[in-house]
Design a protein around this ligand. Structure first.
Ligand code: HPA
Length: 277
């Protein structure tokens, strides 16, 4: 075993051992909450909240709107673990660190990972405040969390990504969004490294290659989760129209303001969706 692999596994073991001294909870579903979408935690009957700072090998979040807690609890009958806030590649973390919490959640026993994010909309008819069910992604980050020696305890060298987003979960998401009468789209998420927003030319390019939304997260976690054999579902909150489509210049304030505006619908959706998994 190469030393870098040993490091990842050893670090995860240390994290798991720490968590086991705090709780015996066995979550079956993991949820990662994106920018400004943390309000869902109010729907969790909380068993334990661990701030990232207290967890060995977790990195504090540096982004406004990302709190940084690992939360164990129940949503209805479902035992879940939620990451309130995430680490991004643009923060300067290695891809290994970006997907570290995903791997920890997998080894805690989750079978399904629900990813959420804020994204810029490229699709026809999109408005700020709409949702988008992610049915596929294009990795444009220029990196992949599985680069380097394969850790065969996690999964195969060349993981299949044909159904990176589980079709049954996509259908369940759509059913729930319709039930709640929420405006939504279904499409392909383009994952870029950021932290700059795109230029209008980049947005035209993304549209041409088949993206309906663009963002700076989700793709690494989805890849790591697929490697680990988890079923993945993902939802974008279209917080703004992408650069050049929007009449305004883009800002993180617009992103978090829109996320705040839809947070009630979003939390209600996630509560119902998680119970339906
Ligand atoms: N581009 C990239 N990431 C984003 C955007 C965007 O327009 N909106 C929210 N996250």
């Amino acid at each position: 075993m190469a030393s870098s692999e040993k490091n990842v596994i050893a670090r995860i073991q240390e994290t798991l051992q720490f968590i086991k001294t705090k709780t015996q909870f066995k979550p079956k579903i993991g949820v990662i909450l994106g920018s400004g979408l943390g309000a869902f935690v109010q729907e969790i009957q909380t068993e334990l909240i661990l701030p990232f700072e207290q967890i060995p090998h977790f990195m504090p979040t540096t982004v406004e709107g990302h709190k940084g807690n690992l939360i164990f609890g129940k949503v209805g009958e479902k035992d879940i673990v939620a990451l309130q806030g995430r680490n991004h590649y643009y923060e300067g973390h290695s891809m290994d660190m970006v997907v570290f919490p995903t791997r920890v959640m997998a080894l805690l026993g989750i079978e399904v990972l629900v990813l959420t994010n804020s994204a810029g909309g490229l699709g026809d008819g999109m408005q700020a405040g709409d949702f988008m069910v992610i049915e596929d992604h294009i990795n444009l980050m220029g990196a992949n969390p599985l680069m380097g020696p394969n850790i065969k305890e996690f999964g195969p060298r060349f993981p299949d990504m044909t159904e990176a987003y589980d079709h049954k979960l996509v259908a369940k998401m759509e059913t729930q969004l319709k039930k709640q009468n929420i405006r939504y789209h279904k499409g392909v998420y383009g994952g870029l490294s950021g932290p700059t927003y795109e230029t209008p030319a980049e947005v035209r390019h993304l549209k041409m290659i088949g993206c309906s939304a663009v963002g700076m997260s989700t793709v690494p976690e989805s890849i790591a989760a697929n490697h680990l054999g988890l079923r993945v579902a993902a939802l974008s909150c279209i917080t703004n129209l992408a650069a050049g489509i929007s009449k305004n210049k883009l800002s993180h304030v617009e992103v978090t303001d829109t996320a705040k505006r839809v947070e009630k619908d979003f939390s209600e959706f996630l509560k119902n969706f998680v119970q339906d998994i």
